[in-house]
Design a protein around this ligand. Structure first.
Ligand code: FPP
Length: 246
């Protein structure tokens, strides 16, 4: 039986988030420039998006560029931006064909104009697609997102639009970049690192963590299916006891 056949399609995680790590090491191992790692990383993105479509995962969020990534060498940042534009241009047709909606989270106004324009165009053109919501975290940092949320809520309190007692989970959710997304069920990080690196800190409160040694450019459909199977074999208790769940 294939890995995919073993997956219980009624119990797939609703929201999978991925920290795509190891592009640089993948390239270095082959004596290639780091940028080659990112180019092959884009191929892995395609694999994972297709795999999510096949097993009907409705939300996939990818950490494509962190606020800290702006500090990388200029040439690498430029390549990543160029890669983003070319992937967006190239994949629009596939997104439409497969009913995939593109969204972005992060301080996207910091992106170069050319990238932002292409991104907003694809977001707009795919806004009615329903099968899968693919969210790219771009110029994203979770603490920065939480600070922005606190600032917006404080301003509302100051202007007497809400009182402090009104601040609850759902109010905070409604101010995060991820306001239209459900909580993360499964967080995957590749390349053997076991860190969260300022990604979706609020949203992963109850997420299952899956770490794999596989470097991101090598990550394929089978790897995604394996992560989902691993997730399905865990018991999620949300603070309750096993007996309460049964
Ligand atoms: C981490 O590997 C990866 C990134 C910082 C960029 C992720 C980008 C892509 C996968 C390609 C483009 C994405 C899309 C959506 C088209 P690293 O460079 O930190 O690797 P290292 O830790 O081995 O150096």
């Amino acid at each position: 039986m294939t890995l995919k056949d073993q997956i219980d399609t009624n119990k797939v995680p609703r929201h999978v988030a991925v920290i795509m790590d190891g592009n640089g090491r993948w390239a270095k191992k082959r004596g290639l420039f780091r940028t080659k790692g990112h180019e092959n990383g884009a191929k892995a993105v395609k694999q994972v998006v297709e795999a999510c479509g096949e097993i009907k995962i409705p939300y996939l969020t990818l950490y494509a560029f962190s606020t800290e990534n702006w500090n990388r060498p200029k040439i690498e940042v430029e390549l990543l931006m160029t890669l983003l534009i070319s992937s967006l241009k190239k994949e629009l047709k596939n997104l439409q064909k497969n009913d995939i909606r593109l969204m972005a989270i992060g301080n996207i106004n910091e992106l170069p104009n050319k990238v932002l324009k292409e991104l907003l165009e694809v977001i707009d053109k795919t806004k009615n697609n329903k099968q899968l919501t693919l969210t790219l975290a771009l110029s994203y940092g979770s603490r920065q997102e939480i600070i922005k949320t606190i600032q917006e809520i404080s301003l509302k309190v100051k202007n007497n639009l809400i009182s402090p007692e009104n601040i609850d989970d759902s109010l905070i959710n409604n101010h995060l970049y991820t306001q239209n997304l459900p909580d993360v069920d499964l967080l995957i990080r590749t390349s053997g690192e076991q860190r969260v690196s300022n990604f979706l800190l609020w949203q992963i409160a109850y997420a299952e963590m899956y770490f794999t040694e596989t470097l991101w450019p090598d990550f394929n459909k089978e790897d995604l299916f394996e992560a989902v199977l691993n997730y399905q074999n865990r018991e999620r208790r949300f603070g309750k006891t096993s007996e309460q769940l049964n």
